[in-house]
Ligand binder design. Structure first.
Ligand code: AHM
Ligand code: MG
Length: 367
């Protein structure tokens, strides 16, 4: 079968294709829409709602991508003049992207309610739109937005849950405050040297690259797997003095000369969660945003940053932890709750956890 090219052919057709393989034009590739439609067929009870929801997210991502690609030319850089719930100044692009995703989900009809990094409260869609929707979505419209002006990759992260409350009624906070293990899907869009959409529905991870010339995402990275170990550690080391002892010791461990384990490792820190995790997903590595004595829960948000990234990394064979516990098992009590994170190659995360247990056992009580 010519699976890598995204098509399935009979043996005879394959032979014909093989004869043609010298052709000076590329093989047809599978689009995101074709891929999700095919997946839907595998679930006889599927109604198509989920497929439409992912599709709507893909459309909003394309619009946001268009603006990002024009940043610098269009008036999209800079501050909007307001602050979000975290007290962070909102960039124009934060506000623009937030509106695009809300709008796509509101009119799609499948999403009953959503939570966004840019909105203090959850957004409940009324009867006219998607009160009957089966799903709720938590998302960060533009993650890493402080990097916009300097042309560094930024991303969108989304988490999709099945609602707990009854369809047809108004969505409620309990629909959104679900642990990561309840996720039905999660993904991110990375606006990097190319734009990629990577998502999982709990059955592996697939990546799609955007071809702006035809306006479509194509399956470019089927069945993504994070290497079991790697040689990259990503952490904002400037905060070293505030780190728990376990993190300090792990950093020192990464810097020791040891041929057998390819140490010292390399540091790579972009400062965009999506880009740092995406690189480590492909190359192997660990990303850490720890708690500190000042902020025991760190910086990153559980619901729309960590749980979805944890789902993706676990589905790719990696691991995500708060230093002691699985991120996917943390029970959310607030839409904007934060958590420390250690995420990436399974062996590296396990090693960092060992250091946390040995040197910072009591830190878990502060979190
Ligand atoms: P944001 O959602 O306000 O953009 O903040 C999240 C970003 C992550 O993408 C990144 O990993 C982290 O903040 C970087 O923080 P720091 O500058 O403290 O290293
Ligand atoms: Mg963010």
């Amino acid at each position: 079968m010519l699976q890598a090219s995204g098509i399935s052919l009979t043996a005879k057709e394959e032979t014909n294709f093989n004869i043609d393989i010298e052709r000076p034009f590329p093989m047809p590739m599978k689009t995101l829409v074709q891929f999700i439609n095919e997946k839907q067929v595998e679930y006889p009870d599927a109604t198509g709602d989920f497929t439409r929801l992912i599709n709507d997210i893909g459309i909003a991502a394309k619009i946001v991508n268009r603006e990002i690609r024009r940043a610098g030319l269009a008036d999209i850089n800079g501050y909007f003049g307001s602050t979000n719930i975290q007290g962070e100044e909102q960039k124009k692009l934060d506000v623009f992207a937030n509106e695009q995703f809300i709008n796509a989900l509101k009119h799609g009809g499948q999403c009953a309610a959503l939570a966004s990094e840019e909105n203090e409260d959850m957004i409940i869609f009324g009867n006219k739109y998607s009160m009957g929707g089966k799903y709720v979505v938590a998302f960060d419209p533009v993650d890493g937005s402080s990097n916009i002006e300097v042309n560094v990759p930024i991303g969108t992260i989304f988490a999709i849950y099945k609602r707990i409350t009854q369809e047809g009624a108004s969505g409620s906070i309990e629909d959104l405050l679900q642990p990561g293990r309840n996720l039905v899907a999660a993904g991110y869009v990375m606006y990097g040297s190319s734009t990629m959409l990577v998502y999982t529905t709990g059955n592996g991870v697939n990546g799609f690259t955007y071809d702006a010339t035809v306006g479509l995402f194509f399956l470019s990275h089927p069945n993504m797997r994070v290497p079991e170990t790697g040689t990259i550690y990503s952490i904002n080391e400037a905060n070293y003095v505030y780190f728990p002892e376990g993190v300090k010791r792990y950093i020192k461990y990464c810097q020791v000369d040891d041929k057998a384990t390819n140490r010292p490792y390399s540091t790579r820190y972009i400062g965009s969660l999506v880009a740092d995790v995406h690189r480590n997903l492909i190359r192997g590595g660990i990303f850490i945003y720890p708690g500190t004595l000042k902020n025991p829960n760190g910086k990153l948000r559980l619901l729309y940053e960590l749980a979805p990234m944890a789902f993706i990394i676990e589905q790719a064979g990696g691991k995500a932890s708060d230093g002691f516990r699985r991120i996917m098992d943390l029970e959310p009590y607030d839409l904007h709750q934060r958590s420390p994170v250690f995420i990436g190659s399974v062996k590296m995360v396990e090693k960092a956890e060992e250091f946390m247990r040995e040197y910072s056992r009591d830190f878990v009580e502060k979190m």
